[in-house]
Structure formats: structure tokens, C-alpha cells
Ligand binder design. Structure first.
Ligand SMILES: Cc1cc2nc3c(=O)[nH]c(=O)nc-3n(C[C@H](O)[C@H](O)[C@H](O)COP(=O)(O)OP(=O)(O)OC[C@H]3O[C@@H](n4cnc5c(N)ncnc54)[C@H](O)[C@@H]3O)c2cc1C
Length: 417
């Protein structure tokens, strides 16, 4: 018993990165008696956390783990253990019981009642400080390696040594927050395989010209079918237009699914609520009502004004034709164009502008219960640096917290060895 206390009390840990994962790891490891030094290249903690959820921080998603896992895109099974060790409900309990009341919104998304991400950061930082974590800001780690049983971590001005090393440097997205992808280099130097990094939760570039009036316009309740060599998937929701790309909830979801394919067919359904017959009847009614109007008029009853020129430019309809001479063949073609409008996939937005980075440290080389490296004992990877990613809805931050917690809990197991 004495030895156990002795080892825990003297366990020196370095954690690189004071984002969600690093902060939560450090506070939990510290609570377990480890001496934790948290190295952060920025002058403060949680720079990315501050911009999450449009500044409101969607900290988790209040779904049971078995449902939560369905929203994880890459390696959901790998996360099963850590998510069960620290569930979304545990996250809620943690913040609520540490002075940060939460609220649950549409789709089980959880936010602080204050609507301020800073409340989440303050809770994590304050609790970490109370637990005894030693914060070192403006300490950008340049290199790290293992010398015998000791980890050596170098920053520009200092050298730190520890028994355990935790890499929580995040992905490569939004580099201004400090997530520059340094951790991948560190992982490679330790012999870890990095699964190709790809943008996820990001806009999709298309080749069609986006008209001035479409920029910033939201097309509501549409559906996009994305077809790749291996699967096809329909996503329903809102779509926004930006120069050269489409964005909004639909594309965020689709981007995570298609980011490993060069060839993707994108088919937009402007009228998912109407099947061909209903749409045909609607068009016929309009033709009967206004036989002397032209096709342009018909389109004005079917599409928002912001979309009309775009639709006309990318289809072959004679828009000046009078509706009284609009043939059945043309009507069927119009229905087809409205329900199967092809957008030409031109890749995804750059990784720097993606909400999360897909790919990262290969999960096959990590212990899924503890997040410890199978190659280097005492080395851990937590948070976005791992090859796991999920859809929007608070899943990414929960993954950061759960992997952090599972790694911190392993401190006891190390003693047991
Ligand atoms: C705009 C935006 C909105 C988002 N909104 C949400 C949301 O509402 N809900 C949600 O679940 N997810 C959201 N995400 C995703 C989520 O923020 C990330 O998945 C999560 O923050 C990852 O946490 P992390 O601790 O692994 O990495 P990070 O939060 O990226 O933290 C990594 C830390 O490591 C530091 N670091 C990096 N390299 C070094 C080095 N060499 N030396 C020292 N320190 C270093 C960085 O400065 C940084 O502070 C959003 C992401 C973005 C970009």
C-alpha cells in the first residue's frame, strides 16, 4: 500500500496541449496523485474551445453511448471503452457539479447555460489548478523522445523530464488556435503510423459557378445524394452557398463521409418532400393556371429567386417558351432536373478550414482501454490527434474528454504492473 501511494505521488507526467483533452487529462491525472506539467504553446488554455459551437461550446451530446457511437465516423468501436469509462452523462454531471450549469438543445446537443464557451474553459482550468496541475504557457514543444525509462521533452528554452508523456496536441484544423499538427510529427518519431489526414466537417467545393445572389443564401430542406465507388448516402437539411463551394449542415456531414474519395457524384434534390407524381401534378396545375406565362415563370413557383439563374445556367430549358407549348417530355425533364440536379465535386475545403481533422494516430497501435501506445510504454495519445472523428453535435469534445479520462485512469494500472 505504501509503495502504491509512493509511486502515484511521485509519478511525473507531461501533457502537451491545453485543449479540451489536455486540460481534462491533467486535472484527472493530478487528482489521482500524479505531478502533472501541462505544456501549452499559446499564452492561455483552450483557444480552440473558445470558438466551438459558434462561441457557445456544444460540449457533449446527451445520448446513451450505444447511440452516440452511431455518430462517430472513423473507428467507433475503438472508442467504446473510453466512452463507457466517461460517458456524456458523466460530462454533464462533471460540469454541473463544478459550477457550470448546462442545457440540452435540439438533437441532444449540450451547451453551458451561459451560452459562453468561456464558462467551460474556466471550469476546466480552475479545476485543473485546484487539482495541482502545473501550467506552463508559451511553451511550444519542439521535440520529445524516450531515454531509458524517462521521457525528455524539449521546448525552445527548457527541457522537461517525466515518467509518462501524454500528447494532446489536437489536429491540424484552425491552426491559429495552436493546432498545427505538431503531435503527428512527435508520434511518427516514436514510430507510430499516421493515417492520412483529411478535412472533415467542412464545405465541399463544386465546379459550377456560384451566382452573386446565391452567396450566403440558405436553401432549406433539400437533400443531397453522395455516391462514391463504395457507397451512396443521402443527407437531408439546409445548404448554403459560398464562392466555389457549398456549405451548411448537409455538407458538414457529407464531407466526413466522402473525404477519402477523389471521385464523388453529388445529386441535389430541390424537392425531397415531393415525389415525381406530386411534383408533376404541381407543375401541371401551374401550367393550367398560367398557360400564357413562360418557363421562367414556372421556375419562379418552384425555386427560390436566388437559385433560378443557377438552375437555368446548368440545365437546357428554353426559359422563354410559353407554358402552353411545354411538352410532357419537357415536364419530365424538368422534374428530373429538380430532383436529380448534378453538382460537380471538386474536392473538399482545405484541412485548415475544416472543423476537425480526420485521420491521425493509428488506433491499432493504441490500447483502446487506456490510450497508451502499444509501441512505447508510458506514452499516450488523446483527443483529436487520434484517428477518430464524428459528426457535429458535441461528439468531438466528448471524445476528447472520454479519451483523456481513460488515459488518466490508467495511472493506477501502471502502478499495478
Ligand atoms: C470552429 C470550430 C467549432 C467547433 N465546435 C465544436 C463543438 O461545438 N462541439 C464539439 O464537440 N466539437 C467542436 N469542434 C471540434 C473540437 O473543438 C475539437 O475536436 C477539440 O477541441 C479537440 O480537442 P483536443 O484537446 O484534442 O485539441 P485542441 O483543442 O486542438 O488542443 C490542442 C492544444 O495543443 C496545443 N499544442 C499544439 N502543438 C503544441 C506544441 N508543439 N507544444 C505545446 N502545445 C501545443 C494547441 O495550442 C492547443 O491548445 C469545433 C472545432 C472548430 C474548429
Amino acid at each position: 500500500m505504501f509503495k502504491r501511494q509512493y509511486i502515484i505521488n511521485n509519478m511525473k507526467v507531461i501533457c502537451i496541449g491545453a485543449g479540451a483533452a489536455g486540460l481534462f487529462y491533467s486535472l484527472n491525472a493530478s487528482k489521482r496523485g500524479a505531478e502533472v506539467i501541462l505544456l501549452e504553446s499559446n499564452f492561455k488554455a483552450g483557444k480552440k474551445l473558445a470558438i466551438t459551437g459558434k462561441g457557445r461550446c456544444n460540449i457533449t451530446n446527451n445520448k446513451p453511448v450505444n447511440e452516440f457511437i452511431n455518430h462517430v465516423v472513423r473507428n467507433p468501436k475503438f472508442l467504446y471503452s473510453s466512452l463507457n469509462q466517461f460517458t456524456p452523462q458523466d460530462t454533464m454531471e462533471f460540469f454541473e457539479s463544478h459550477g457550470c450549469p448546462l442545457k440540452v438543445e435540439r438533437g441532444d446537443r449540450v451547451f453551458p447555460q451561459s451560452d459562453k464557451a468561456q464558462s467551460i474553459i474556466n471550469t476546466l482550468v480552475n479545476e485543473a489548478k485546484k487539482a495541482g496541475v502545473i501550467f506552463k504557457y508559451n511553451e511550444k514543444v519542439i521535440s520529445c523522445y524516450k531515454d531509458q525509462n524517462e521521457f525528455v521533452v524539449k521546448t525552445k528554452d527548457n527541457v522537461y523530464k517525466s515518467d509518462l508523456l501524454v500528447i494532446a496536441t489536437g489536429g491540424k484544423s484552425y491552426p491559429l488556435t495552436g493546432s498545427l499538427g505538431d503531435g503527428y510529427k512527435f508520434a511518427k518519431n516514436f514510430g507510430h503510423k499516421i493515417i492520412d489526414l483529411k478535412p472533415a466537417l467542412c464545405p465541399i467545393k463544386i465546379k459550377e459557378r456560384i451566382h452573386k445572389e446565391m452567396i450566403g443564401f440558405t436553401l432549406k430542406n433539400v437533400e443531397i445524394l453522395a455516391k462514391t465507388q463504395y457507397f451512396s448516402r443521402k443527407v437531408f437539411g439546409d445548404l448554403e452557398f459560398l464562392p466555389g463551394e457549398i456549405t451548411g449542415p448537409i455538407t458538414l456531414t457529407l464531407s466526413s463521409l466522402i473525404n477519402r474519395f477523389d471521385e464523388v457524384e453529388l445529386v441535389l434534390d430541390f424537392k425531397p418532400a415531393l415525389d415525381n407524381e406530386k411534383l408533376s401534378n404541381r407543375i401541371l396545375r401551374e401550367i393550367e393556371k398560367t398557360p400564357n406565362e413562360d418557363v421562367k415563370h414556372l421556375l419562379s413557383t418552384l425555386l427560390p429567386k436566388e437559385m433560378r439563374e443557377f438552375f437555368i445556367e446548368n440545365t437546357n430549358f428554353d426559359v422563354d417558351k410559353k407554358l402552353n407549348s411545354f411538352s410532357k417530355k419537357e415536364r419530365l425533364e424538368l422534374i428530373d432536373s429538380l430532383k436529380h440536379f448534378h453538382l460537380t465535386f471538386d474536392g473538399l475545403e482545405d484541412i485548415e478550414k475544416a472543423v476537425v481533422t480526420s485521420g491521425g494516430v493509428d488506433v491499432n497501435e493504441l490500447n483502446q482501454k487506456t490510450l497508451e501506445s502499444k509501441l512505447v510504454p508510458g506514452l499516450y495519445f488523446i483527443g483529436e490527434i487520434i484517428d477518430v472523428d464524428a459528426f457535429t453535435g458535441g461528439y468531438s469534445l466528448q471524445i476528447a474528454l472520454s479519451t483523456a479520462y481513460a488515459a488518466a485512469c490508467n495511472i493506477k494500472l501502471i502502478y499495478d504492473k
